[in-house]
Design a protein around this ligand. Structure first.
Ligand SMILES: Nc1ncnc2c1ncn2[C@@H]1O[C@H](COP(=O)(O)OP(=O)(O)OP(=O)(O)O)[C@@H](O)[C@H]1O
Ligand SMILES: [Mg+2]
Length: 217
């Protein structure tokens, strides 16, 4: 469902060069949860952004549901993302001036859908009473689950999540884990960047990054 081949990503700041990814390959099948772990700065978010087509690697390629997303124009990448990829970033997943339900509605509209499925999604993430809430009024756990609802708005075959349980308590972590497992059971491929031992232990496979290289898994 998701293939990354030999990804390289370098960043330059003046004369300084950061090698964020040095030849990372990854294969994730439908139904599988892969956890990406590693120290801060090891390249986890950079990898996720490249997989999502939010960043363009300097080398290598990414294929999602049979279509290459690297080295494609902005429009093609956006269309592929809207159709096939749910993305939960480390922060900034909700538009502040829209209600929770409208955040889901916008995500669906970007994929050309105009029906209203927000109710069912909010139910799925346990936020049925918060449809009209403004994001700024949500607790950390609620905001994480609302972000996840937006990422799942188009029932994507691939879900990429950067620290989905980073800001939440144990109870919410359990809820989110159950939700992720249900997605995998329904056939989606999941890549979850995490610092949580519990999340990593629930994954089918753990990929460990150190200095932009896969060292394990
Ligand atoms: N846009 C950028 N410009 C310059 N350097 C960057 C950029 N994005 C990432 N880096 C650098 O690339 C390296 C990998 O960063 P990345 O954010 O992928 O790490 P991470 O594993 O997600 O860390 P964390 O666990 O703290 O979220 C770091 O050294 C970081 O400073
Ligand atoms: Mg990160």
């Amino acid at each position: 469902m998701l293939q990354a081949r030999d990804l390289y990503r370098f960043f330059h700041a003046g004369d300084d060069e950061t090698f964020a990814l040095r030849g990372v390959s990854l294969d994730v099948r439908g139904g599988e949860i892969v956890a990406v772990v590693g120290p801060s700065g090891s390249g986890k978010s950079t990898l996720l952004h490249c997989l999502a087509g939010l960043d363009e690697p300097d080398g290598g390629s990414v294929t999602v549901a049979g279509r290459q997303i690297t080295r494609r124009g902005e429009g093609t990448r956006a269309e592929l993302r809207a159709r096939s990829i749910g993305v939960l970033l480390q922060s900034g997943n909700l538009l502040e001036h829209l209600s929770v339900a409208d955040n889901i509605g916008i995500a669906r509209a970007l994929a050309g859908r105009t029906d209203r499925a927000a109710v069912q999604l909010l139910d799925e993430v346990g936020l049925e009473g918060r449809a009209n809430a403004s994001p700024s009024t949500l607790s950390g756990g609620e905001a994480a689950r609302a972000g996840l609802a937006v990422a799942l708005a188009n029932d994507p075959p691939v879900l990429l999540a950067d620290e989905p349980t980073g800001e939440v308590d144990e109870g919410n972590e359990g809820l989110i884990l159950e939700l992720l497992r249900r997605r995998a059971d329904s056939g989606s491929a999941l890549v979850i960047v995490t610092h949580s031992e519990r999340v990593a232990s629930e994954a089918d496979r753990v990929v460990r990054l150190v200095d932009g290289t896969v060292v394990d898994g």
